[in-house]
Design a protein around this ligand. Structure first.
Ligand code: G3H
Ligand code: 13P
Ligand code: ZN
Length: 309
């Protein structure tokens, strides 16, 4: 099966009350861990690449790894640019074989966000590539840009119809209280489901995207801290909130930090227990296995997309 865009997977996800997992990929072990999990449970997938990942691993290497995963799994897989910040970056990814891109103009004034997003949509749709736009601002760190809590802003439901209508985007990322990274909530986790509900009413049947959706699995944080790390107070989105979002209009749930924690916790344990280890396969292999275990859990128990490929 060739790489797919997100149209069909989102339509089925919306109708079925589940979400597609959009997992960030940076190297071979991450691609393998995610796609082996999806193969075992027969789930559709979005593999997303940030501009930082593209700089780290190189566009061609990432595409070839994903093509290899496609050949090994025969699943519906979309390759998506995460947080594209310019028309040129989106164009380069589209020309290089991505089937979906995000243009993140959320930091721009409304009219400028519309103009930039529309330009990307026109170029992308001409080539069968789907586009995710964003309205509202998440707190946290993306590509080394740190958005403070004061600068974060919930999506305004009264703007979504005009934004989607004038840009022609295929999905919309919204801000309802999640944030990027491992430190999402100081106190109790709170998501503005009332805003999501209002958006869903304004855009019936339209796929919504939730960024910053890692749960910051406490067992990984404990393991990292036990073996020499220092992540006090790391806190993420509870799984039941993600399940609720997936049963509503949220069709794409973005997860990166949990993958990082799974890898780091595993590698720290290997080094703590075998300080003389110096064969990369002996720590990257277990890290890949842990990613597979984590992604299987997400696909089955959190996103609800197992068996939907
Ligand atoms: O939202 C950001 C993703 O977690 C990607 O992070 O830009 O460090 O690759 P990155
Ligand atoms: P997390 O940092 O919660 O994993 O969010 C990832 C994300 O939104 C990627 O776009
Ligand atoms: Zn994001």
């Amino acid at each position: 099966m060739p790489l797919v865009n997100t149209i069909d997977m989102f339509k089925k996800a919306y109708e079925g009350g589940y979400a597609i997992g959009a997992f960030n990929v940076n190297n071979m072990e991450i691609v393998q861990g995610i796609t082996e999990a999806a193969k075992e449970v027969n789930a559709p997938l979005i593999l997303q690449v940030s501009s930082g990942a593209r700089k780290y691993a190189n566009h061609t290497y990432l595409m070839k790894l994903i093509e290899a995963a496609l050949a090994e799994t025969d699943l519906p897989i979309a390759v998506h640019l995460d947080h594209g910040d310019s028309f040129e970056l989106c164009k380069s990814c589209i020309d290089g074989g991505f089937t979906s891109v995000m243009i993140d103009g959320s930091h721009l004034p409304f009219e400028e966000n519309i103009a930039l997003t529309k330009k990307v949509v026109e170029y992308a749709h001409d080539k069968g590539v789907t586009v995710e736009g964003e309205l509202g601002r998440l707190a946290g760190i993306e590509d080394a840009v740190n958005v403070s809590e004061e600068d974060a802003a919930f999506t305004r439901p009264e703007e979504v119809e005009e934004f989607v209508g004038r840009t022609g985007v295929d999905s919309l990322a919204i801000a309802i209280g999640t944030s990027h990274g491992a430190f999402k909530f100081k106190g109790e986790a709170k998501l503005r489901f009332d805003i999501l509900e209002e958006i869903q009413k304004k855009l019936p049947g339209f796929p919504i995207v939730l960024h910053g959706a890692s749960s910051v699995i406490p067992e990984y944080v404990e393991q990292i801290n036990k073996f020499g790390g220092n992540m006090p107070g790391a806190k993420g989105v509870p799984e039941e909130m993600l399940r609720k979002a997936a049963s509503m209009a949220v069709c794409k749930i973005n997860i990166d930090s949990d993958l990082r924690l799974a890898m780091t916790a595993t590698i720290r344990k290997v080094f703590a227990e075998s300080p003389a280890e110096f064969d990369p396969r002996k720590y990257l292999g277990p890290a890949r296995e842990e990613i597979k275990k984590l992604v299987k859990h997400k696909l089955i128990n959190v996103l609800g997309c197992a068996g939907k490929a």
